[in-house]
Design a protein around this ligand. Structure first.
Ligand code: ARG
Length: 468
């Protein structure tokens, strides 16, 4: 009876597993999403076995055809997953054995340990590609918004206090930088995932004459020259979960960016700021207050980002005390990874949709940026240009600000006589510092918010995205 329940490893058992154990140890409920990657790995393994002369080539072809059929059934939702068979790998192998006699040879020179490591590396390669596509889409929308808001000026903030003027475009481009780094991180991650662990076996390889390089090539685990990339230590190959942690870390960092963007745009959307409005499709109303239009999409992005941080912590904790090599604990490595991908993709997509329909409110932005205090630093720079040491200039402008405050007038309306009294270097032309357009045009060095610099960055980003 044990053989019926657990045909793949039941040989040495006299009794089948307790039903509680079946429910406790199954992973197929979540790892079934690895089916396409498991099947690709198995097909390559079968072809390699034939290439190495360990099975007949018509056996390999029967195995591959049977696996293709199974893949179609799984995709169509017609496959019945059996928790008694534990995981996606054993479910697929068992189903294949019901149809293809040669399937009993598929597991030759392979363990579930190198099998699952391979499936996950294929999964990670694919995940990196999907995230990159989602990031590209978001970046394109950020650039569209930057393009449209080059002459919309807003205060930039430190400590959430108005600091210095920037264009809204420059602010959007700040997020382009952050998501651009995520794009690079996922690309580098995809490269590191691109190594073939098949052949590591359970932990100590195999005595059978397999051809690891052949399998690696079939699965596209190759470098730029087409040379196969193989894991170099069989123990590490099945015990290593660095990629899982790295993936969660990359998602967690991306989620920090998503959450900070969400927070900025929630603030901008509030009545207090009023810089931007969002499309109805990405906002919701209140069940009680008829006037409400809430930025729920952004709040959910900020909230969901927490899941990726939890996932990273789960994975670090999962691995830290494990002896080499494989331990069943490692089955718990998948739910946090899957959640990271789902959450990050969904948040990227929703932020993109919300931003694509966002509209700036130029009047409110102009009112906020008209605050002359935003250009106090430019007055200090004016004094520096006239020869005053910066620390003294900072002090002098501080005195001007205090004076304006005492007199209850805006800084740019302070009488020239008062200014000259603070410093004789403040001749009447000091008020030219308050020309916002000129103030921005004076910031054209690389990375600055000057209009030409910003336009140049938009162009450079378009090039980067176009170059793939
Ligand atoms: N579902 C298992 C996991 O993901 C597959 C590996 C099982 N290996 C083993 N030696 N029991 O961890």
């Amino acid at each position: 009876m044990a053989e019926q329940k657990q045909a793949t490893w039941g040989g040495r058992f006299r009794e089948g597993p307790d039903p509680r154990m079946v429910a406790f140890s199954e992973s197929v409920s979540f790892d079934k999403r690895l089916a396409p990657f498991d099947i690709r790995g198995s097909q390559a393994h079968a072809r390699m076995l034939a290439h190495a002369g360990l099975i007949e080539s018509d056996e390999a072809e029967a195995i591959c055809a049977g696996l293709d059929e199974l893949l179609d059934e799984i995709a169509a939702g017609k496959f019945t997953w059996d928790p008694a068979l534990e995981d996606v790998h054993m479910n697929i192998e068992q189903a294949l054995r019901g149809r293809v006699p040669a399937a009993a040879k598929l597991h030759t020179a392979r363990s579930r340990n190198d099998q699952v490591a391979t499936a996950m590396r294929l999964y990670f390669r694919d995940a990196a590609e999907r995230l990159r596509a989602a990031l590209d889409k978001l970046l394109a929308t950020l650039l569209d918004q930057a393009e449209a808001t080059q002459s919309v000026h807003i205060p930039g903030y430190t400590h959430l206090q108005r600091a210095q003027p920037v264009s809204m475009a420059h602010h959007f481009l700040a997020y382009a930088e952050m998501f651009g780094r995520d794009r690079e991180r996922f690309a580098a991650f995809g490269e590191r995932a691109n190594i073939c662990p098949l052949g590591a076996g359970a932990l100590a390889g195999t005595t059978l004459p397999i051809d690891r390089e052949h399998t690696a090539k079939l699965l596209g685990f190759v470098d730029a020259e087409g040379e196969p990339r193989l894991t170099r230590n069989s123990l590490d190959a099945v015990a290593d979960r660095d990629l899982f942690i790295e993936f969660a870390a990359a998602c967690a960092i991306c989620a920090v960016h998503l959450s900070r963007a969400a927070e900025d745009f929630i603030l901008w959307n509030s009545s207090e700021f009023g810089f931007i409005t969002f499309p109805d499709g990405f906002t919701t109303g209140s069940s009680l207050m008829p006037q409400k239009k809430n930025p729920d999409a952004l709040e959910l992005i900020r909230g969901k980002s927490a899941r990726t941080h939890g996932a990273l912590s789960t994975l670090l904790t999962l691995c830290k005390g494990l002896p080499l090599t494989y331990n069943r604990d490692l089955q718990e490595d998948k739910p946090p990874v899957f959640d990271c991908l789902d959450t990050t993709l969904a948040c990227l997509d929703i932020l993109e949709g919300t931003l694509a329909g966002a509209r700036p409110n130029p009047a409110r932005c102009a009112a906020a940026v008209a605050d002359p205090l935003l250009l106090a630093t430019d007055v200090a720079d004016y004094l520096v240009r006239k020869g005053m040491p910066f620390r003294d200039a900072h002090h002098a402008v501080g005195a001007l600000v205090a004076l304006a405050e005492d007199k209850g007038v805006p800084l740019d309306k302070l009488p020239d006589a008062d200014a000259t009294a603070v410093s004789p270097l403040l001749t009447p032309d000091w008020k030219a510092c308050f020309d916002l357009r000129k103030a921005l045009e004076a910031r054209e060095m690389p990375g600055m918010p000057g209009p030409k610099a910003v336009a140049g960055e938009i162009k450079a980003w378009r090039g980067r995205l176009g170059a793939g």
